[in-house]
Design a protein around this ligand. Structure first.
Ligand SMILES: [Zn+2]
Length: 235
């Protein structure tokens, strides 16, 4: 009788853990052509994002995402991206893309997604940048053309942190904090400042990539408004 009960309890526990595993998977639908290792990486990344806890947020973050909270990030992503497919995104360096004419609520991942040499929070920056491109009501938040010349504070050519390519004259900037570069910069800066259950490495990486991507905001007044927002002076 004792043995039977123990087996019974073990069976119940196993079923419960299976239920919780299946409910933690995202509701996004993967095309059959998306390799299982790419799906597993995406699910691990979204799973990390969905468990973030925070103790504050900036005004711009509140406006775009709500609180620094996994539940808010999960809702943001899942209300925009319903399907995931495999594509080369027309660029050998691309990691992910949204191709509006092939469905605005579909995100395409490339083989680079699992070869990406940047940290997980940087890959999530790309994923959230792309999810912003799903918004048809805002013309899919197109990029702005970076100025020529496009120099950093030290007078050096601005270069992509992803590829090292020069950004001058490229469609790789943003003129608004609400766009794809702007919003993902605000996202990572807030993770760096307010996440309470992220390790120091994640927060340092988040700050590093946010600071880099802030450089792609090519309107000085918008960039200054974002810096003020990060310092709690936005209004
Ligand atoms: Zn983009």
């Amino acid at each position: 009788m004792r043995t039977f009960n123990a087996t019974f309890v073990a069976t119940i526990l196993l079923s419960l853990s299976l239920v919780s595993l299946s409910s933690s998977a995202s509701p996004v639908k993967y095309d059959s052509g998306v390799p299982s290792d790419i799906q597993a990486q995406m699910e691990a990344d979204l799973g990390f994002m969905n468990q973030i806890q925070g103790n504050g947020q900036t005004n711009f973050h509140q406006q775009i995402f709500g609180a620094v909270s996994g539940a808010q990030y999960k809702n943001f992503f899942e209300s925009r991206i319903k399907k995931i497919g495999l594509n080369d995104c027309g660029n050998p360096n691309a990691v992910a893309c949204v191709i509006p004419m092939m469905g605005s609520n579909k995100m395409w991942l490339t083989q680079n997604f699992i070869k990406f040499s940047h940290p997980q929070i940087a890959r999530l920056m790309v994923v959230y940048h792309e999810s912003r491109h799903s918004e048809i009501a805002h013309g899919n938040w197109p990029h702005d053309t970076c100025p020529t010349p496009f120099l950093d504070a030290n007078g050096h050519d601005m270069k992509s942190i992803w590829t090292g390519a020069s950004l001058a004259g490229e469609p790789a900037c943003d003129s608004t904090q609400l766009g794809s570069y702007g919003s993902s910069t605000i996202l990572l800066k807030n993770v760096a400042m307010y996440c309470t259950n992220c390790g120091d490495k994640v927060k340092m990486d988040a700050d590093l990539y946010a600071t880099d991507q802030l450089g792609r905001i090519d309107r000085p007044d918008v960039k200054q408004a974002m810096i003020n927002d990060f310092h709690g002076q936005a209004k």
